[in-house]
Ligand binder design. Structure first.
Ligand code: NAD
Ligand code: TYD
Length: 340
C-alpha cells in the first residue's frame, strides 16, 4: 500500500510514522505536514533515509496542491492526523481550528473522491462527545453517544466527523473514523499537560494545575493509539466509527503527582491556577467494539507507559529544549499570565 500520512511531523502522526515505517517495510509512507509550531522534523530524523518513507511540506487546505499530489502519487489510503490540537489555543484563536480541522478535511475528502482512494481514515477524539459527570463512573462514551462538543477545538473535530460520515453516506466514499482518549508518550509538544509538567518540574518551576485538578482524563500511550489506527485502516469496516481507550482514568492532580514522584521533585511545586473556560469534567472511553471486532489490545498500562515516557523526556532533552528555548517562552507567558 502507498499511504499518505497527514500531520506526520506532529506528536501522534510522528510516532505513527516511526512505528509503521519499520513494522511495514512492504508499505510506502508519504508524510505531509505544514510544519506549524507543532510540527517538528527532528521527530522523524531516524526514518528520513528509509526507502519506504518520504516527507513533503504542504497544507491540507491547499486544494490545488493536494489534487496535484494525489494525481501524481495515487495513494491507496490516507490517514489524517493533521489538525490544530490544543484546546487552550482554540479558546484564544478559533479561526485556524475551523480552517484546518474542518475545511482542510473537506479538501482531503474531495481529493479521495476525485482520485478514488480506497480508504480515508480520520483521526478524531473522545472530546467530540463532550464530557461526563465526575460522580457517574458507570457512564462511558460509546460510538453511539451523541456528539456534544464543548470547545472550539472539539467542535471543529466533531464537524469534521460529520463531514466524513456524510461523504460515506452521500458519495459512498470508503471512510473510517477513530476517536481516541488523551494520548501521552515521546515527542509530545510541551503545551499539553504531561510534557509541560515534566519540562517544568525538571527545571524546578511551578506546575500550573487548572482549577482544583479534579478533572479526569482517560490516558492512552501513543503507541497503543497507533496500533489501533493501523488495525482499523487495514481491517475496519467502511463507514464505521471506532472508540480507542485503555480504561486509564486519572484526575489531573494524580497525573501531576505521579510525574513529581518519578522525578523525585516536591509537591510544593504544584500551583493551582484559574480554570480553563468551559473545562470538560471527565472523559472515559468504551473501546469494546475495537477489542471485540478487531482484536486490539493495548500493551502499556499507565504505570509502564508513564515510566517509559518520563525516561524518554529525560534522555531526549535536546528535542524539547529546542522547543522551549524559542517562541514557546512567549506562548507560556501569554497563556498563563492571567491564570495566576
Ligand atoms: P499535534 O498538534 O502534535 O500535531 C498536528 C500536526 O498537524 C503538526 O505536525 C502540524 O504541523 C500539522 N498541521 C497542522 N495544520 C496543518 C495543515 N493545515 N496542513 C498540514 N499539516 C498541518 O497533534 P497530535 O496530538 O499529534 O494529534 C494528531 C491528531 O490526533 C489530531 O487530529 C488530534 O485531533 C487527534 N487526537 C489527539 C489526541 C491527543 O491526546 N493528542 C487524542 C485524540 C485524538
Ligand atoms: P491537555 O493536555 O491540554 O489536553 P485536553 O484538554 O485536550 O484534555 O489537558 C489535559 C488536562 O490537564 C485538562 O483537564 C486540562 C489540564 N491542564 C492543566 O491543569 N494545566 C495545564 O497547564 C494544562 C496544559 C492542562
Amino acid at each position: 500500500m502507498k499511504i499518505l500520512v497527514t500531520g506526520g511531523a506532529g506528536f501522534i502522526g510522528g510516532n505513527f510514522c516511526l512505528t509503521m515505517v519499520n513494522e511495514h517495510p512492504e508499505d510506502e509512507y508519504v508524510c505531509l505536514d505544514l510544519l506549524t509550531y507543532a510540527g517538528n522534523l527532528e521527530t522523524l530524523a531516524s526514518i528520513q533515509d528509509k526507502k519506504n518513507f518520504r516527507f513533503i511540506r504542504g497544507d491540507i487546505r491547499d486544494r490545488e496542491f493536494i489534487y496535484r499530489l494525489f494525481e501524481e502519487e495515487q495513494f491507496d489510503a490516507v490517514i489524517n492526523f493533521a489538525a490544530e490540537t490544543h484546546v487552550d489555543r482554540s479558546i484564544e484563536e478559533p479561526d485556524v481550528f475551523v480552517s484546518t480541522n474542518v475545511m482542510g478535511v473537506q479538501v482531503l475528502l474531495d481529493a479521495c473522491r476525485k482520485y478514488q482512494t480506497k480508504r480515508f481514515h480520520q483521526v478524531s477524539t473522545d472530546e467530540v462527545y463532550g464530557d461526563l459527570p465526575l460522580d457517574r463512573p458507570d457512564l462511558l462514551f460509546r460510538e453511539d453517544t451523541p456528539l456534544h462538543a464543548s470547545s472550539p477545538y472539539s467542535a471543529s473535530k466533531a464537524s469534521a466527523d460529520l463531514l466524513v460520515l456524510a461523504y460515506y453516506r452521500t458519495f459512498g466514499l470508503p471512510v473510517t473514523i477513530s476517536r481516541c482518549s488523551n494520548n501521552y508518550g515521546p515527542y509530545q509538544f510541551p503545551e499539553k499537560l504531561i510534557p509541560l509538567m515534566i519540562a517544568r518540574a525538571t527545571a524546578d518551576e511551578s506546575l500550573p494545575v487548572y482549577g482544583e485538578g479534579l478533572n479526569v482524563r482517560d490516558w492512552l500511550h501513543v503507541y497503543d493509539h497507533n496500533t489501533a489506527i493501523d488495525l482499523i485502516v487495514r481491517n475496519g469496516r467502511e463507514g464505521e466509527v471506532y472508540n480507542i481507550g485503555g480504561h486509564n482514568e486519572k484526575a489531573n492532580i494524580d497525573v501531576v503527582k505521579t510525574i513529581l514522584r518519578q522525578l523525585g521533585k516536591p509537591e510544593s511545586l504544584i500551583h493551582f491556577v484559574k480554570d480553563r473556560p468551559g473545562h470538560d469534567l471527565r472523559y472515559a472511553m468504551d473501546p469494546t467494539k475495537l477489542e471485540t471486532e478487531l482484536g486490539w489490545k493495548p500493551v502499556y498500562n499507565f504505570d509502564t507507559g508513564m515510566k517509559q515516557t518520563i525516561d524518554w523526556y529525560l534522555e531526549n532533552r535536546e528535542w524539547w529544549e529546542h522547543i522551549i528555548s524559542g517562541d514557546y517562552k512567549n506562548y507560556y507567558a501569554r497563556m498563563y499570565k492571567d491564570r495566576q
